[in-house]
Design a protein around this ligand. Structure first.
Ligand code: ADE
Length: 318
């Protein structure tokens, strides 16, 4: 005999499974902030067993009376419950009762990929070529943690491969990210990348990143033409954004389409304009970006092929 469970019962048991006691969560500093949301580092006491605490990241709303944003955070919470992949941020719990709504996710010690790439630069402005970087790397591998983390080509290719793996998984479970960008990828221990930000935290400080719209802001420079003109978002428009992320990776976090005002981008794209090959980027890697930026979404590679391409490129370098 097995008891029949009503849908309501399932829902309650599911929520119970994720609920974390609010009094066992000690919020520390803010580590991410957007228009509507905030992410704080926190200690979750007893999360990994009765003793000690686990470092976690807690997403919350800035302004509790904004109903639309609460819906966004709730839908992100519900979405994260079903996600389980090493390259996608993992849900650890939530505080849904007796106070503000908190979503608890794994903490990534190196923060956003965008900042991580920028911190790895040896020069304040511009990016230096890869041969040069490899040379400097051998000089500074002294274990001094105040030195920037220097990245070689293998690291950069591994980043591309990991993001592609995470996106392949999301596409397999029929999830369209819509805001894939280096600012929305996190870097954890051992340079493990985690795709994050399913709809809430948006870095609004990068002046030309989001174009202001009635509902939120639009990350124009990461969007495929069909998303720009018809608000069509598919896995293949995520592939376009992935191409922009590749460009961000090889430039160590440069802002895309330098000097192009976002309102002019659409006309440039339909006229066939694409970003040039960045300095230090191989022809092989630039060819992948160009495929991601094909005007017809069906001409763009799918994530499983992209994973295979980066697998091959990494193997060439072992
Ligand atoms: N910034 C935003 N989310 C984060 C997380 N989960 N870990 C570290 N930094 C973050």
């Amino acid at each position: 005999w097995s008891p029949k469970r009503s849908p309501d019962y399932n829902m309650a048991s599911e929520d119970h499974k994720w609920e974390f006691p609010r009094d066992k969560l000690k919020l520390d500093e803010t580590i991410g902030e957007g228009e509507f949301g905030r992410v704080a580092k926190a200690k979750a006491f007893g999360m990994d067993g009765p003793e000690g605490y686990k470092c976690v990241a807690v997403k919350m709303l800035k302004n509790c009376d904004s109903n639309g944003e609460l819906q966004d955070l709730l839908s992100e919470y519900n979405l994260l419950k079903d996600i389980d992949h090493p390259n996608v941020i993992k849900l650890l719990g939530a505080c849904t009762r007796n106070g503000p709504f908190y979503v608890i996710v794994e903490y990534c010690e190196h923060g956003s990929l965008l900042q991580y790439l920028r911190n790895s630069r040896l020069e304040e402005n511009g990016y230096i070529n890869h041969r040069c970087r490899r040379y400097f790397r051998s000089q500074s591998e002294s274990g001094n943690s105040t030195e920037p983390e220097l990245l070689n080509i293998r690291d950069l290719l591994s980043f591309a491969w990991q993001i592609s793996k995470g996106m392949q998984y999301l596409s397999e479970i029929k999830l369209v990210h819509r805001d894939l960008a280096a600012r929305n990828v996190l870097v954890g221990t051992g340079k493990v990348l985690k795709i994050s930000d399913f709809g809430l935290t948006r870095d609004v400080y990068e002046a030309d990143t989001y174009l202001k719209r009635s509902k939120g802001r639009i990350p124009v420079k990461w969007l495929a033409p069909e998303s720009l003109y018809a608000q069509v978002y598919t896995t293949q428009s995520d592939v376009w954004s992935f191409g922009i992320v590749l460009w961000e990776i090889v430039t160590l976090g440069a802002p895309p389409y330098p000097g192009v005002p976002p309102e002019r981008l659409y006309n440039l794209l339909i006229a066939g304009y694409r970003m040039d090959r960045p300095e230090g980027c191989s022809d092989e890697l630039y060819a992948v970006m160009q495929k991601c930026w094909k005007a017809d979404p069906t001409d763009r590679p799918v994530f499983s092929s992209l994973t295979g391409i980066f697998d091959g490129m990494l193997q060439q370098r072992t």
